[in-house]
Design a protein around this ligand. Structure first.
Ligand SMILES: NC(=O)c1ccc[n+]([C@@H]2O[C@H](COP(=O)([O-])OP(=O)(O)OC[C@H]3O[C@@H](n4cnc5c(N)ncnc54)[C@H](OP(=O)(O)O)[C@@H]3O)[C@@H](O)[C@H]2O)c1
Length: 221
């Protein structure tokens, strides 16, 4: 999503706990003609997320910049039988998937409220959430994960209703299958002969294209 939005003229703020990935990605985007800046946080507490928003505003000040789109992509998954799940894992799942989403959304909504309405689509801004199968369906190993992912979805629906009247678009995308990720230790392909099989794994670039569409989607839709 960062790469695609940068290609489409957006300046991109990348938030993560560890600097390695976002520093590298920002360098890659900047050296290919886009604009990106990394913002590292020690954790996803309310204070840390609020400080990250402050730093983003300092780095991308008004009136030169306006924050038009925000994605909450963070996810903490616990795949365990119910009786093996610790109270710490329950708390971490709720903190990461729900409480951090509240804090992030607050920063996004406050930034959007400050924007004028974009003529092209009738919106002040778009806030997106990445959901998963567990956002709508519990399963044998997902009690702690699904309970929290349901919570993120409930938050997004509530925000969509509350802020629609203020021309703020809130969307929650349910990614209902395994995404092709490119990370050490994780399988990137699962099709025949190691080929990427789109019927088995989902392509992040295609998901990003759908997100860009959602951000541009006319308010009337
Ligand atoms: N991978 C899939 O197959 C799949 C399928 C459907 C939906 N999804 C959804 O897609 C989104 C991204 O998935 P992904 O597979 O790319 O996830 P991921 O890398 O495991 O997690 C995304 C980010 O969430 C943060 N995070 C993970 N565990 C955390 C924890 N315990 N405490 C605080 N932050 C934590 C990390 O941020 P830092 O950069 O700060 O470490 C990480 O970069 C998630 O919302 C996930 O539910 C994924």
């Amino acid at each position: 999503m960062a790469r695609l939005f940068a290609k489409n003229g957006y300046s991109v703020a990348l938030i993560a706990r560890g600097g390695d990935f976002v520093n590298k990605l920002a360098t890659e985007i900047n050296s290919s003609g886009g604009q990106a800046a990394p913002f590292t946080v020690p954790s996803y507490t309310h204070e840390a997320i609020t400080s990250a928003w402050d730093a983003i505003h300092q780095n991308f000040p008004k009136p030169e910049y306006a924050i038009r789109a925000a994605l909450f992509n963070v996810g903490y998954g616990v795949w365990k039988p119910f009786l093996d799940i610790t109270p710490q894992e329950v708390q971490e799942s709720l903190n990461t998937n729900v409480a951090a989403a509240f804090s992030f959304s607050r920063g996004a909504i406050l930034a959007f409220k400050d924007n004028d309405i974009e003529e092209a689509n009738g919106k002040r801004g778009a806030l997106l959430f990445t959901g998963a199968t567990a956002s709508t369906r519990g399963n044998v190993l997902t009690s702690a994960f699904a309970a929290a992912k349901f919570g993120t979805r409930a938050l997004s629906q509530s925000l969509a209703k509350e802020f629609n009247k203020q021309n703020i678009h809130v969307a929650h995308a349910i990614i209902d299958g395994p995404i092709k990720v490119d990370r050490p230790g994780q399988t990137t392909t699962s099709g025949p002969a190691g080929e990427f099989d789109a019927s088995v794994r989902l392509e992040p670039d295609s998901i990003a294209a759908a997100y860009l569409y959602l951000v541009h989607q006319d308010r009337s839709a």
